[in-house]
Design a protein around this ligand. Structure first.
Ligand SMILES: C[S@@+](CC[C@H](N)C(=O)[O-])C[C@H]1O[C@@H](n2cnc3c(N)ncnc32)[C@H](O)[C@@H]1O
Length: 386
């Protein structure tokens, strides 16, 4: 038994490392009167780590327990030693059947099978995703394999992409667009989120849409244009340019996600000037306010810690951004976003253009009071808006 158990454990471990684990089941209870009838095991990914989820099937209830791979292997040994005579491991390419009996003999039968698909690795509580990784562009963007399975190293990114689309879904549903929706995504970068928005609007919502991604790096512009063209996404294009230099006369949606420091302000200003109905931005760094901030003496003990000073600058910068957007007729909101791997920033500022009467004086007072309290002369967004 020891040798076959060991061989099965190696097969389980390899299938997890190679991401071709499909399922593992335990059957044939050693004690026929046992309440535990079977155990089903699936692989799940939680926060980028592989886990094995065991469902213990009792006669009247199911109990689910998740184990790290190491603990799962201990569990496997325990179940085969004490509770079950049989275990079947299915991978995308092989079947392994461990069979033991009362007399103590055991064997492991291996059989090659026709290639199976990798199952969904989501946690049971995960929601249905709005983005379909089987769409060709996700392979070209390096998010999924050719079969449409999200690569293990891209699971977190894919979650972020979906979270973004979920938020946009909630916002876009509040707006009635007329005709083609013109979107400008400033600082598009590798454009995962730009393609995601295109897919959501054009494929899911069947909306006429034209998306322009603006990016200062020519290599990224060339690459993302190539992917859009190869994927026949005719209304998605990328242009090389600097956010602050770009004059856009008309747009319905302005997106700026993780563009550096005041590039976010340049983008918001462009959106406001072009009359965008929706503004969505995820600020990146907040140097402009941090460098010009002179906090009041009574909060200095708190701000002597660099990280808190940084957070204070972030709160001020983004609160004033939201207030300036309100002043220009936007119902603004600041909410939690999912952080990127290259920045711990996880804030999203959104604004939906309304026709509600605005008390500009009151908003100005709020802005001035905040600035005065923290010794700030000018917020860059005010400067660009003139
Ligand atoms: C951190 S990446 C974010 C990419 C993408 N928006 C996302 O959130 O996944 C920021 C991108 O913005 C670009 N960028 C920063 N400042 C810019 C500016 N002033 N004009 C154009 N692109 C800019 C950078 O080159 C980079 O590709």
């Amino acid at each position: 038994m020891e040798k076959v158990l060991n061989d099965l454990m190696i097969a389980v471990k390899d299938s997890i490392n190679q991401n071709n684990f499909v399922k593992l089941t335990f059957s044939k209870p050693k004690d026929k009167r046992s309440d535990l009838k079977n155990v089903y095991v699936k692989m799940i990914i939680i926060k980028e780590n592989n886990w094995l989820s065991f469902t213990y099937k009792h006669s009247t209830k199911d109990i689910v327990k998740n184990f790290t791979v190491e603990d799962a292997l201990l569990q496997l040994t325990e179940l085969l030693t004490t509770s079950f005579f049989a275990a079947n491991l299915l991978t995308t390419e092989m079947d392994y059947a461990l069979l033991a009996n009362e007399k103590g003999s055991s064997k492991l039968i291996k059989r090659a099978v026709e290639k199976r698909a990798i199952p969904e690795r989501g946690h049971d509580h995960s929601k249905t995703r709005l983005i379909n990784p089987a769409n060709a562009w996700w392979f070209s963007l390096g998010i999924a394999d050719r079969q449409g399975n999200v690569l293990p190293s891209m699971q977190f990114k894919f979650k972020q992409i979906n979270k973004y689309v979920e938020i946009l879904d909630g916002l876009i549903k509040q707006i009635e667009f007329q005709g083609t929706v013109k979107v400008v995504d400033m600082g598009a970068g590798k454009a995962y989120l730009t393609f995601a928005l295109y897919e959501y609007l054009s494929v899911n919502r069947k909306q006429d849409v034209h998306i322009t991604g603006v990016e200062q790096r020519p290599d990224l512009v060339e690459k993302t244009n190539q992917i859009a063209q190869n994927s026949k996404l005719t209304n998605l294009q990328f242009v090389e340019g600097r956010i602050g230099d770009l004059a856009v006369n008309q747009m319905d949606v302005l997106i700026a996600l993780h563009a550096c420091d005041t590039a976010t302000d340049d983008a918001i200003a462009a959106g406001i000037k072009a009359g965008a109905r929706l503004i969505v931005c995820a600020p990146c760094c907040h140097k402009q306010i941090r460098q010009s901030m002179q906090p009041p003496a009574n909060v200095l003990p708190m701000l002597k810690f660099g990280i808190l000073m940084e957070r204070q600058a972030e709160m001020l910068t983004d609160t004033i951004r939201a207030l300036i957007m309100e002043k220009h007729g936007y119902k603004s909101q600041i909410m939690e976003f999912i952080e990127l791997e290259h920045t711990p920033k996880n804030v999203l500022i959104t604004g939906i253009k309304t026709t509600k009467k605005i008390d500009i004086e009151e908003i100005d007072q709020k802005i001035e009071s905040l600035k005065k309290q923290f010794g700030i002369k000018k917020h860059y967004l005010e400067t660009v808006l003139g």
